[in-house]
Design a binder for this molecule. Structure first.
Ligand code: XMP
Length: 182
């Protein structure tokens, strides 16, 4: 796998440190009254490892809801729009929602899921992304918790994939350009 990477962008130790800090930020936000009735709505599949690590650092009573979205890249890295593959099955009416995603890139995925949740009766909706590309993320789409701001490169590992590969790579790395058509 490593041979397919141009370089490591974020090593596993740095990810673990930042996930621990993020959990602290999130816990401080919700530990008051909002802690009761928290649902983490997670966008799969890219967030699966981030979710698993984050929730084990969060000493809060919470429900987990999963929604599977494909950003429709096929064999390229360019998003052609997002579609829902598996709908959210938990009811978030009367709950505080923390929306978890792996990366805020063009923002299409997060915007689509946020808009669906807007009519759900949730008491509040905040967002948490592990990675954000500030050069591409639309200014009106603000994430409340951000792990790392990164440059505009296509990254894989720690749950993020290219064509469903590399999710199990423990660091976050930049995929070699010759492996994809952008
Ligand atoms: P958008 O553009 O909708 O992208 O904000 C969000 C979803 O697209 C995937 N994505 C990436 N996956 N490396 C990846 O492995 C990247 O650099 C990348 N950029 C976007 C990802 O699934 C994310 O949820």
């Amino acid at each position: 796998m490593q041979a397919d990477l141009e370089r490591i962008l974020i090593p596993r130790a740095a990810i673990a440190r930042r996930v621990h800090e993020l959990a602290g930020e999130i816990a401080r936000t919700y530990e008051g009254g909002e802690g009761d009735g928290l649902t983490l709505v997670t966008i799969l599949s890219g967030s699966l490892i981030f979710l698993a690590d984050l929730i084990r650092e969060l000493p809060l009573r919470m429900k987990i809801g999963l929604i599977t979205v494909s950003s429709y890249r096929g064999a390229t890295t360019e998003s052609k729009g997002s579609i829902i593959l598996h709908e959210l099955k938990v009811d978030v009416a009367g709950r505080h929602v923390l929306l978890i995603d792996d990366i805020l890139d063009t923002g299409g995925t997060l915007r689509m899921v946020r808009e669906r949740l807007a009519g759900s009766g949730a008491l509040s909706i905040r967002t948490c992304v592990l990675l954000r590309k500030p050069s591409k993320a639309p200014p009106d789409l603000v994430a409340d918790f951000v792990g790392f701001d990164i440059e505009d490169v296509f990254v894989v590992g720690y749950g993020l994939d290219y064509n469903d590969l590399y999710r199990n790579f423990p660091d976050i790395g930049v995929l070699r350009k010759e492996l994809y058509t952008s």
